[in-house]
Design a protein around this ligand. Structure first.
Ligand SMILES: Cc1cc2nc3c(=O)[nH]c(=O)nc-3n(C[C@H](O)[C@H](O)[C@H](O)COP(=O)(O)OP(=O)(O)OC[C@H]3O[C@@H](n4cnc5c(N)ncnc54)[C@H](O)[C@@H]3O)c2cc1C
Length: 463
């Protein structure tokens, strides 16, 4: 007699992050599938999906096929429809991303990227050279689907509309189909509907995937406090395990091309009101030297362990206000040293110097932030892993074991990609017509001999 108790599921989803929850919603609510079970030892959305900066954008590098633009535009369509249907329960705004540079030469690169992206539906580029009168500011709350593409603001046009920025900035690229939302509220809104449509949650950790004849047959789940694993017979298992996806696939004998990169998010209280509460996401789009006083520079030069702080740092420091009108919180991020950590460690370790480095990097956009370096407001650091592929495209679809699938490798864009990723997966599962970007995200793409060589030439577009 078996000591293992047995359950059944038609579809078992491993992971209750945004990927697993959006997938459960799609299968049960949109497609009416029954007998869907989600398994996770943690509370829903509590590992990576509540650590994000919760931003979205449809403006992505085109790559060879515009696939990321297609995916994100579909997500935006769905998110804006859901926002309208839910009385904007997840507080989606469309303030945009404002990329900034001191270097006029950067503008030619933005224009080149825009020429490629607009071919794939990213919207047009409007150029404002003087006062920028034709530029439409974004509404601080809610969305405006008529705003798309991007506005390139040169010199005075930039400073007229964004007077709080460093006067030496040469130009800004305001990407319009972009902004942020509450990922927790979005996830809970999807989850409540999935539960109401019959999706069950099992609290436990998937520890083994059983196969017979090259096909999934069952999964074993270690239940909290349970000495004996729970066996669930299932013909279809979806890996939505975020940073643990590769480990889990390995238990089925598969090697996935995924690695984990540690990314920190720093929150400080902007008690001096340096970042306007209505600001868009502000991004430094140029390599920078951190601003130090002459005295600080001399001290750093003398200390070998700290000399690196005088080197050039990469582009990508970004910040946005967080919370309602009465909040003072500002979120700051800068993956200036994205470190690979495999297997991922929990809780992750963050360097204590990170907040000051990020703050100084952002002071190249808002010099008054340097006031906070005298007495740094107590920062809250959290974050997690970008679980990603080398070319920074997700893995969505069937794996080489029959009945085994993945919705994963969602890197630093999983919140914004989840609506379209889950939809794509549900279409694949049921053999329905697929959108044009499906093949670009299918795990089988690596079987094509020239794929690795071709992808090495693409920019990954990651923040
Ligand atoms: C600092 C930071 C900033 C970010 N900013 C943004 C942003 O602005 N916009 C954006 O779109 N994205 C952003 N992201 C990325 C986004 O947060 C992730 O892509 C997304 O949360 C991944 O969701 P997931 O469901 O794949 O993984 P997770 O949220 O990690 O969920 C995976 C779940 O699987 C479960 N699990 C793992 N192994 C097992 C097992 N064996 N059995 C059962 N359950 C298991 C885990 O417990 C977990 O609950 C950011 C990420 C970070 C770290």
């Amino acid at each position: 007699m078996s000591v293992i108790r047995e359950l059944q599921a038609d579809i078992l989803i491993c992971g209750a992050g945004i990927a697993g929850i959006a997938t459960a919603y799609e299968l049960a609510v949109v497609h009416g599938l029954r007998d869907v079970v989600v398994v996770d030892p943690r509370p829903p959305l509590s590992l990576t999906s509540d650590k994000s900066s919760e931003c979205y954008r449809t403006w992505w590098p085109a790559g060879p096929d515009g696939a990321m633009i297609g995916l994100m535009r579909r997500s935006y369509e769905r998110l804006s429809t859901w926002a309208a249907a839910s009385d904007n329960r997840f507080a989606m705004n469309q303030r945009g991303y404002l990329y900034l540079t001191h270097d006029p030469a950067q503008v030619a690169r933005w224009q080149q990227d825009a020429t490629e992206s607009t071919q794939y539906g990213a919207g047009s580029l409007r150029i404002h050279t003087a006062r920028g009168d034709a530029y439409r500011p974004a509404p601080p709350q809610g969305i405006d689907p008529s705003l798309d593409g991007a506005d390139l603001l040169w010199g005075d046009a930039l400073h007229r509309h964004f007077s709080y920025l460093d006067r030496a900035l040469a130009a800004g690229l305001h990407v319009r189909q972009a902004g942020w939302l509450s990922a927790q509220q979005l996830g809970m809104w999807l989850w409540e509907q999935a539960r109401a449509s019959g999706v069950r949650l099992l609290r436990g950790q998937l520890v083994a995937i059983e196969q017979r004849g090259g096909a999934v047959r069952a999964a074993q789940i270690a239940l909290e406090g349970g000495a004996v694993p729970q066996r669930i017979a299932t013909p279809r298992l979806v890996i939505a395990a975020g940073p643990m996806a590769a480990e889990l696939a390995a238990t089925a004998g598969l090697s996935l091309p995924i690695y984990n990169e540690l990314h920190a998010k720093v929150a400080i209280s902007d008690a001096q009101g340096i970042v306007p509460r209505h600001a868009p996401l502000l991004i430094s789009d140029e390599a920078v030297h951190l601003p130090w006083s002459d005295e600080e520079r001399a001290l750093l030069r003398e200390e070998p362990a700290l000399r690196g702080l005088l080197e050039r740092f990469p582009a990508g420091a970004h910040l946005r206000p967080d919370g309602g009108a009465s909040s003072q919180t500002v979120l700051m991020l800068w993956p200036y040293h994205a470190e690979r950590v495999d297997p991922p460690r929990f809780p992750p370790d963050f360097s204590a110097v990170e907040p000051e480095i990020i703050l100084r990097g952002l002071a190249t956009l808002l010099p008054t932030l340097l006031r906070y370096t005298e007495r740094l407001p107590k920062p809250v650091i959290d974050g997690g892993y970008y679980s990603r592929t080398a070319e920074n495209r997700p893995l969505i679809g069937p794996l080489s074991v029959d009945g085994l699938y993945i919705v994963g490798a969602l890197s630093g864009y999983g919140i914004m990609a989840a609506p379209a990723a889950a939809e794509l997966f549900a279409l694949q599962l049921q053999g329905l017509p697929l959108p044009s970007y499906a093949a670009a995200f299918a795990p089988q793409r690596y079987a094509e001999p020239s794929y690795a060589a071709r992808m090495a030439a693409w920019g990954d577009g990651q923040l």
